[in-house]
Design a protein around this ligand. Structure first.
Ligand code: PEP
Ligand code: MG
Length: 580
């Protein structure tokens, strides 16, 4: 068995097809004049844009109008139109007398190198996009055919060094049962497309193209990131069964798509989705979410080479608001620092970045950046049901000052007669021990709370959430974390404000009965977990959840709690399945 990162769920069993990217022998200098080469660049640009638009249209026909996944290909249109990229190509043609092929090759190499040096998953995605663009432009110039996967044998598993978005988008999806690649991760465009097309995918599989040959029989487990090469019949049997179970589960979950989120005894709770960009709002709505409980806006800042302007941000927030319709869209203001760096902002290296200049602390120090974002959010609030959420609050002053800055931003918009929602709700994330302890005070200033358990767990337990050496300590089921959560929820109840949870714990089946018992109003989970969470909420009656929570609160250790809850959940599922 070989391991990688499971990036699109499901199990695929089929024969390998190794694909190789085109190899080009690019000559250096031009045999024709500078003007002719410049014209060739203009022509190839046009041909590239047309070809990409056709691909987007084809993919959209496959996925449906509502699905915005096809827009990952739009990035390539933005890239080829990018002013700096075009300037550099023309510069090389004019000053170094290069032919278009070499000028494009060198320019792409330069930009890819720049993004690669930034060492982040998002930036490596940019590298993949640029490489894809380069290959496609060189194909168009040479007349070579790009790797063509539009007609495949049934039950094909695609194996590649790197799967470019354009290749994934053009795949004969009816016959592809799995994708394996040496490069790419959870957020790579190949992964996003695989998820949208519902093809199991395992990426970042080291030496895949050496270990696997065309024709090998493969099992791809997209959930656990495992690949079996020429497995024995017994393993195939086991995975055939798993595959059938997975299909059954997906079918079962689809039943929950248009249902209300209710406990077994009929109490309603909110079920929202967490999103990272405006296009995910469409996916969230499609998945049956009742709104967006967390829009992580930092990706908008991390994706570009410079600060997004007010206008650019406004367009993004407006689009998300329109996609959500009258359902709430909770926009979290910029949460950078900690593990999220933005190279062009020039943040200084800190000894303890998670305890340092991040999130609201950074925003209150950089009024220019914060105000620009606030004005863009407020402007977009005229187009939907937007709420503002401030991250990493530790003191009441941060909330008061943050709110004052929101009111100041409103005054600025008033000067230009720009419409916005004057009664916009302003909430906070409760994700520091300080905020949890003074939750009874914070209710006086916040319209709502959202518990960020990813950070709350790390800060309460003093355990770096990304450090594998101490990951054994990192658990939301630790009694200290559970007490904090219970306390925050009861302070919100006493203060008559809504309380949600947008950390990963909201989708944890073990946590659900506890959160229902504590009185959580709103669960916010990734789009992929919406239906499963709705199903898990429907398992419990409030009284039953309370009995479980009462027992858990008397337990002393995380291990005791986890063992007990695993058993309770297992029994519950067996009982429910047995009754059917
Ligand atoms: C959290 O901390 O729980 C949270 C939702 O925010 P992030 O994971 O973006 O820090
Ligand atoms: Mg957080």
């Amino acid at each position: 068995m070989i391991k990688g990162i499971g990036t699109s769920n499901g199990i695929g069993i089929g024969r390998a097809l190794l694909i190789e990217n085109n190899i080009f022998n690019v000559k250096t200098t031009s045999g024709i004049g500078i003007e002719e080469e410049k014209n060739r660049f203009i022509q190839v640009k046009q041909a590239f844009i047309q070809e990409t638009e056709k691909m987007i249209e084809k993919l959209q026909n496959k996925l449906g109008e509502q699905d915005k996944t096809a827009l990952v290909l739009k990035n390539q249109i933005y890239l080829i139109k990018d002013e700096e990229l075009c300037k550099e190509v023309i510069h090389l043609i004019e000053n170094q007398h290069m032919c278009v092929e070499m000028a494009v090759e060198q320019t792409c190499q330069f930009f890819a190198g720049m993004f690669a040096s930034m060492n982040s998953e998002l930036m490596s995605q940019r590298v993949a996009d640029i490489e894809d663009l380069k290959n496609r432009v060189l194909c168009l110039l040479s007349g070579d055919k790009q790797v063509d996967l539009s007609q495949l044998e049934p039950n094909t598993v695609i194996v590649a060094n790197q799967l470019h978005p354009s290749v994934t988008a053009g795949m004969d999806t009816a016959h592809v049962v799995g994708i394996i690649a040496q490069k790419g991760g959870e957020t790579s465009h190949a992964a996003i497309l695989a998820r949208a097309l519902e093809i199991p995918a395992v990426l970042s599989v080291k030496n895949a193209t050496e270990l696997i040959k065309t024709g090998d029989l493969l099992i791809v487990d997209g959930e656990y990131g495992e690949v079996f090469v020429n497995p024995i019949p017994k393993t195939i049997q086991i995975f055939e069964k798993k595959k059938a179970r997975y299909k059954e589960k997906v079918k079962e979950l689809r039943k929950y798509i248009n249902k209300k989120t209710k406990t077994a005894d009929g109490s309603s709770v909110g079920l929202m989705a967490n999103i990272g960009d405006e296009n995910e709002a469409a996916k969230a709505m499609k998945s049956g979410a009742e709104g967006v409980g967390l829009f992580r806006t930092e990706f908008l800042f991390m994706n570009g080479k410079s600060m997004p302007t007010q206008e650019q941000q406004f367009e993004v927030y407006k689009k998300a608001a329109i996609l959500c319709g009258d359902k709430p869209l909770t926009i979290r203001t910029l949460d950078i620092g900690g593990d999220k760096d933005i190279p062009y902002m020039g943040l200084t290296k800190e000894a303890n970045p998670f305890l340092g200049y991040r999130a609201i602390r950074f925003c209150l120090g950089r009024i220019d950046i914060f105000t620009t974002q606030l004005k863009a959010i407020l402007q977009a609030s005229a187009y939907g049901n937007i709420r503002i959420m401030l991250p990493l609050i530790t003191t009441i002053d941060e909330v008061i000052i943050g709110k004052k800055m929101i009111y100041d931003a409103m005054k600025e918009l008033d000067k230009y007669n720009i419409n916005y929602n004057k009664n916009i709700k302003i909430g906070i994330m409760v994700e520091t021990p300080a905020a949890a302890f003074i939750a009874d005070v914070l209710v006086k200033e916040a319209d709502f709370f959202s518990i960020g358990t990813n950070d709350l767990t790390q800060y309460i337990l003093a355990v770096d959430r990304g450090n594998e050496h101490v990951s054994y300590l990192y658990s939301v089921l630790n009694p200290a974390v559970l007490r904090a959560i219970k306390h925050v929820i009861s302070c919100a109840k006493n203060g008559h404000i809504e309380v949600g949870m947008c950390g990963e714990a909201a989708a944890n089946p073990n946590m659900i009965p506890l959160l229902l018992a504590f009185g959580l109003d709103e669960f916010s989970v990734s789009a992929a977990k919406v239906l499963e969470t709705r199903k898990n909420i429907a398992l419990w009656e409030k009284g039953e959840a309370k009995q479980i929570a009462d027992k858990v609160l008397l337990m002393n250790t995380e291990k005791e709690i986890t063992t007990y809850l695993n058993q309770v959940i297992f029994d519950k599922n067996s009982a429910v399945n047995g009754e059917k």
